[in-house]
Write a protein that binds this ligand. Structure first.
Ligand code: ZN
Length: 53
């Protein structure tokens, strides 16, 4: 199965913390990064952007 690899930047809208991760896009077009939550316990309020490698 071929996956698209992306560089994903996740910025927390609550505390402003930024995370840079490697993500993959599954066949269904879902972005997977393995990212669960921010240090501040925020797990849904993020600005996510992705760039192709
Ligand atoms: Zn945060």
């Amino acid at each position: 199965m071929v996956k698209e690899r992306l560089k994903v930047t996740i910025r927390c809208n609550k505390c402003g913390e930024r995370y840079t991760l490697r993500g993959t896009v599954t066949k269904g077009g879902k972005l997977e990064t393995g990212f669960k939550r921010c240090l501040c316990d925020n797990d849904k309020d993020f600005k996510i952007s992705s760039d192709q490698f």
